[in-house]
Design a protein around this ligand. Structure first.
Ligand code: ATP
Ligand code: MG
Length: 283
């Protein structure tokens, strides 16, 4: 049995549950409580505030956790980053009142900066050789300059609209974050093999996300050309059709190249092209 800590509510909650679902670990949300067991996989889900996840994993009260890299970095607990999960992307930036001129980090010398991330900020300031006063605040950091509590803020930014709404300007992007899967690095052999299964499933889910499955009818005379257009996992599958001179061709393509490939295939006579989502790719 493995115990995984995820955020109980907030920005990472839904996507964490979605990720577990995507790799076939079914979490019954109606049964959601502090601790619940997956129906079909040897895993227990522990619902916590995101701030508590790195510590709970480091202490061994949970074996794994899904949390923002920003929280891992800020808390500084010795946890192992197993996977980057590709959701919950954001950055932590320094922002100053819009009207201020800014020429570089020395602007912050002697200033007061409000943040929920004093450790990450402290490291940045030390690296730049800047002495500033850091005020730790757990929420609504963006209102502190207007309230006269701080000269500047160090806070999470994703679209930047909160900064604009508060007449602030992002001047230094200091830390880039996304959700990560963490472990405490001391799993039993049995737990290690469950984690290995999770890694394997994440990999196939990731591989499938950027792919589409293509099916089409194509004249036999164009098959060679089509194979050149469509490099596949191995090579495309070609099946004869009842109608003479025609075959059916199946292949997997990169989503980014889909329309380019479709255009090229139509040019050489492909018809009835079907494009399907790929659910998993298991090498
Ligand atoms: P909790 O109640 O669990 O402590 P919280 O209020 O601290 O929740 P959320 O706002 O739900 O945290 O954000 C959780 C994580 O989502 C952040 O730590 C960060 O990694 C990520 N995130 C992504 N985009 C944003 C954003 N625009 N603002 C805040 N967090 C973001
Ligand atoms: Mg929090």
């Amino acid at each position: 049995m493995l115990r995984i800590a995820i955020q109980s509510k907030g920005r990472l909650n839904e996507e964490s549950i979605g990720m577990l679902r995507e790799i076939g670990i079914l979490v019954d949300e109606s049964k959601r409580k502090y601790l619940s067991k997956a129906d079909n996989f040897p895993i227990e889900i522990l619902y916590l505030r995101d701030d508590d996840i790195p510590g709970v994993v480091a202490s061994g009260s949970a074996d794994l956790g899904i949390v923002g890299l920003n929280e891992v970095e800020e808390k500084g607990f010795p946890v192992k980053i197993e996977e980057r999960l590709g959701f919950g992307g954001c950055r932590i930036s320094l922002a100053i009142p819009k009207a201020e001129a800014y020429e570089g980090p020395s602007w912050f010398e002697g200033k007061t900066i409000a943040t929920s991330y004093p450790a990450i900020l402290g490291r940045f300031l030390a690296e730049k050789g800047i002495t500033a006063r850091v005020v730790s605040i757990t929420g609504s950091v963006e209102v502190t300059p207007a309230a006269g509590i701080a000269d500047a803020i160090f806070d999470i930014v994703s679209s930047g609209s909160t900064l604009v709404a508060n007449n602030l300007r992002e001047v230094e992007k200091v830390f880039f974050s996304e959700a990560v899967l963490i472990s405490n690095g001391s799993l039993s052999d049995e737990q290690e093999s469950i984690l290995e299964e999770i890694r394997f499933r994440l990999e196939s889910a990731r591989a499938s996300r950027d792919k589409k499955y293509l099916l089409m009818n194509i004249p036999e005379s164009s098959v060679e050309e089509a194979v050149r257009i469509l490099p596949s996992l191995k090579s495309p599958t070609v099946l004869p059709l009842a109608e003479k001179g025609w075959c059916s061709l199946h292949s997997v393509v990169d989503t980014a190249l889909l329309w380019e490939k479709v255009r090229a295939l139509k040019k050489i006579g492909a018809e009835g092209i079907l494009v399907l989502d790929v659910n998993k790719i298991i090498p």
